[in-house]
Design a binder for this molecule. Sequence first.
Ligand SMILES: [Zn+2]
Length: 170
Amino acid sequence: MTKISADTVEDFMDKANAKFGGSNLGETDAKPSFKYGSFKDGKVLKLEISCPIDLDYAEMGSGKPDDEGKKAIAAVADIAKAHELSHKAGYEKAFKDFDAKKTAKDIMDKTFKNKGEADKAIHQAFSELKKALLDACLALHKKEGIVEVTKQANGSYKIVQKPAGATGCS
Ligand SMILES: [Zn+2]
């Protein structure tokens, strides 16, 4: 988690955006990995599929916000955390549904004509997993992902979260 020092909620968000890019207040990366051993007699001898997930989000650091600013920063930080945790849950579900064990077993059970054919099958499975992970991100961004903060006449902040749409997923 990245602590961000800011005196106002606007400053907090600007610094978080600068750190995470675009209008992001955090970042969750799914890193699918296919490790495979040698190819022998038409067989892929070893195939390990994993998908570690890295997660980071903006947290309140030091700084001297006023009371309303402090409340607003805490609220924005809560939204950022919840959003990235939802990304993580979405990626984990996509990876579980992908069924890495079965995919690996199916490929290892097959007899391929040559190494090129085996590579093709492995790349195809990898692409399917990448697509499932991207779909999970897009599904979440259909509902949320953009935080907007507006200062009210009474000094408090109105905070709303809007859909990010088809952006912010890589
Ligand atoms: Zn997001």
